[in-house]
Design a protein around this ligand. Structure first.
Ligand SMILES: Cc1cc2nc3c(=O)[nH]c(=O)nc-3n(C[C@H](O)[C@H](O)[C@H](O)COP(=O)(O)OP(=O)(O)OC[C@H]3O[C@@H](n4cnc5c(N)ncnc54)[C@H](O)[C@@H]3O)c2cc1C
Length: 327
């Protein structure tokens, strides 16, 4: 995880549990009040052993001088959420100042916000900002069960009948095509949720003939469709086999072996770390939102930062050894 940006020390002022498996942390900078940030921003917490994890800021602005973040307990975890859940009030942490990759474009005639599970966190502030500017955004909030849904008490009075809850274990289901039809032709969607939900939204958006840039999303990282297991890649252009352990990404495992790929987002969004897959496509568990459903099905490429495989696959990284001119 890259953690650029100015770092500040913060004290954990209080910890709450707004929903099952979700903990809210009030973070107060040691230097004074928390600085404002655009809705959709996140900060990165520097945990021990070089681990860094990002968390979206709750609300349109700091609350009583504190940045609020909410962390879902994740299983299996490489340590981030577990370390956050081990914190007690009074703990001192180092965090980056807030920054955003998920900006709200103002001036659209209509807004639809879609959250899946803990993906609600950046959308609370967006909903608050839009309402304050006089918009009437709709927010669709989907989760497995009602007791896992944080911030309903804050969103209900704000949005009234603009808030729709879709609860899996109560038989709810999300009609993406219908919601897109209801959205003004120049309207925008902002969404954050599991990769499957985002892939479905991208497909429905494309099907409706909407402008790709008007569907904006943030991913928190995907747990994929299958559990993470060790797998082997034959890196054809380097002529080597590399083992990818269950707790390392393909990108990391290649770097461990001196095979460096270009990368940026580390969330399967930007596509910089895409590699060519020679075979077999069926072994791939695509965990990105960069490739289209069609490209995933074709299985000729994968995003090395998040996607995994079962068994053994063959890839090409695009590496070409320098040619030596003879004669
Ligand atoms: C901009 C941004 C904002 C975020 N905001 C929030 C937020 O508000 N609240 C929140 O709870 N989280 C948020 N996250 C996610 C958060 O940063 C952490 O990823 C999360 O807490 C899990 O960390 P972890 O170390 O416990 O789990 P990880 O070990 O990172 O596991 C996360 C998921 O990835 C899967 N996984 C584990 N190992 C691998 C592997 N080797 N290869 C591929 N997949 C693997 C796991 O199955 C698990 O489901 C945000 C992330 C980003 C990038």
């Amino acid at each position: 995880m890259q953690a650029d940006g100015r770092q500040v020390r913060v004290r954990v002022r209080a910890i709450h549990e707004p929903a099952r498996d979700v903990r809210l942390f009030e973070l107060v900078p040691e230097t004074g009040a928390a600085t404002p940030y655009p809705a959709g921003s996140h900060l990165t917490v520097m945990l021990s052993d070089g681990l860094a994890r990002s968390y979206s800021l709750i609300g349109e602005e700091p609350t009583d001088g504190a940045w609020w973040i909410a962390v879902k307990r994740v299983v299996p975890s490489r340590g981030g959420s577990a370390a956050m859940w081990a914190l007690e009030a009074g703990a001192i942490l180092t965090v980056t100042e807030p920054r955003s990759h998920f900006d709200l474009a103002l001036g659209r005639p209509d807004y639809l916000l879609i959250a899946g599970g803990i993906g609600i966190t950046p959308l609370v502030g967006m909903a608050e900002r839009l309402v304050r500017l006089g918009h009437r955004p709709r927010l669709i909030y989907a989760a497995r069960s009602r007791d896992q849904m944080a911030f309903i008490d804050r969103l209900q009075p704000l949005l009234g009948d603009g808030l729709t809850l879709i609860v899996d274990d109560e038989g709810g289901s999300l009609d993406l095509a219908g919601e897109i039809t209801r959205l003004h032709a120049d309207g925008e969607i902002y969404m954050c949720g599991p990769a499957g939900m985002m892939a479905a939204a991208q497909a429905a958006w494309q099907q409706a003939g909407r402008l790709p840039t008007r569907l904006r999303f943030e991913t928190f990282g995907s747990s994929g469709n299958r559990p993470a297991v060790p797998f082997t890649v034959h890196v054809r252009d380097h002529g080597r086999d590399v083992l990818v352990p269950a707790d390392r990404s393909l990108l990391d495992a290649l770097a461990d072996e001196g095979i460096e790929l270009a990368y940026d987002c580390l969330r399967g969004e930007c596509g910089l770390c895409v590699v060519e897959v020679a075979a077999p496509a069926s072994a791939i568990d695509h965990r990105d939102v960069f490739l289209s459903a069609h490209q995933k099905q074709a299985g000729a490429r994968l995003c090395a930062c998040v996607s995994r495989a079962d068994g053994k696959i063959t890839i090409d990284t695009g590496y070409r050894p320098a040619l030596t001119r003879v004669g």
